[in-house]
Design a protein around this ligand. Structure first.
Ligand code: FEO
Length: 384
């Protein structure tokens, strides 16, 4: 695939993977992107997952058309991109390796060598002249590991953005970008909003025509749309006006309450109502919904003087990603010694800018008329 006259795509599509990073379901697989700039000097951007060494080296060889690379630029040391650094180094013995100092120490850990004799360590603002193209490196710590760098090409105005602006799914998957990019962002980088926002601010100062991420499609049209979503995501803002209801239910009582609330919200004109059964849905989908909307309702039973396990896991997933700036409604259920409301409130004690809805719902086994009134009151409050 040709990106510009001098830049080619040499990445691979992984259609066999089931769990990305050992935890995220990827029904449509994953792309490990890699690029090559053919100028007076030749620079390769990143490698690919270990299962694709041969295919990636073949793609590189085809793109080189008889030339040899001068540089391998290592943006990120996570093995989905770095696994073939040694294979590359063995195949092209004169090529230098360009990366952050931290990345070189990680190479020592992964490959038993930090390639000291071929090493070019770069830091913020350093440049590399390829001929016509000058590359400028920017550090992007914790997007998504500490050693990450991104690179700007001043000729084609391309940002090689590492994991930022990435998405689940192979490149030949036809699906909504935002849906799988949001699940990817909050799943993988969500905890590091501050750092991702700092990278975004660096990027906004550059004149960018194309973003080449390490996963997902190359972005070259309507960049404002993608940059704007990243502004919202990295600042834990509200992307979509609406409410997400996340529930667990043992015998259906809590589920019935969650569904009644959804109905009341829709009847009241709520622009979007999303409902997730935490025992059955993809937890990563529920997590992205929690960050997408400004209002969330947690409906759960008391369980072992705590809350139901799937809700406990879900809240942990949110807290781990610095969940903040939301209104939280609670529907609790408990046949004896109900604890859920108290437990949920305590879990968010240290979270920034969480406002609990005044109208909580307190079910004692199954919904009563009083509970229905509580649900109406909660719906009305959330609709304001
Ligand atoms: Fe795509 Fe953090 O590696």
């Amino acid at each position: 695939m040709v990106i510009t006259k001098d830049i080619k795509y040499i990445g691979v599509n992984d259609k066999k993977i089931d769990l990305f990073e050992g935890q995220f379901m990827v029904e449509n697989g994953m792309a490990y992107n890699s690029y090559v700039i053919l100028d007076e000097k030749v620079a390769v951007f990143d490698t690919a997952d270990k299962n694709f060494g041969e295919e990636w080296l073949k793609n590189l060889k085809n793109a080189l058309n008889g030339r040899t690379p001068d540089y391998l630029i290592v943006s990120h040391m996570e093995p989905d991109h770095s696994a073939n650094i040694k294979n590359f180094a063995d195949s092209y013995k004169d090529a230098k390796i360009v990366a952050s100092e931290k990345a070189f120490s990680m190479m020592g850990q992964f490959f038993g060598s930090d390639f000291a004799d071929r090493k070019i360590a770069v830091k913020e603002g350093d440049t590399l002249l390829l001929g016509k193209h000058t590359l400028t490196f920017y550090t992007a710590p914790m997007v998504h590991w500490p050693e990450v760098i991104v690179t700007y090409d001043d000729v084609d105005k391309i940002l090689f953005s590492a994991d930022a602006f990435g998405k689940f799914g192979t490149l030949d998957t036809d699906e909504d970008w935002a849906c799988e990019a949001r699940r990817y962002y909050f799943g993988i980088v969500g905890k590091y909003g501050v750092q991702a926002n700092a990278l975004l601010n660096k990027a906004l100062k550059l004149d960018i025509k194309t973003i080449c991420p390490l996963h997902g499609p190359i972005l070259s049209e309507n960049l404002e749309y993608y940059l704007n979503l990243y502004k919202i995501w990295t600042s834990y803002g509200v992307e979509t006006d609406g409410v997400v209801i996340c529930y667990t239910s043992v015998y259906g009582g809590t589920k019935a309450a969650a569904e009644l609330l959804a109905e009341e919200l829709k009847k009241g004109g709520c622009p979007k109502v999303a409902v997730n059964d935490l025992a059955r849905c993809d937890m990563a989908e529920a997590v992205e919904d929690a960050f997408r909307y400004g209002k969330i309702v947690l409906a759960t039973t008391t369980y072992n003087a705590e809350i139901f396990p799937f809700m406990r896991i879900f809240i942990d997933e949110l807290l781990e990603r610095n969940f903040q700036n939301k209104t939280v409604g609670i529907i609790e259920n408990g046949t004896w010694t109900p604890m859920a409301e108290k437990v949920i409130k305590a879990r968010f004690e240290k979270s920034k800018n969480i406002t609990f809805a005044e109208n909580a719902v307190h079910i004692r086994s199954v919904m009563t008329d009083k509970n229905k009134d509580e649900i109406t009151a909660l719906a009305q409050e959330l609709l304001k």
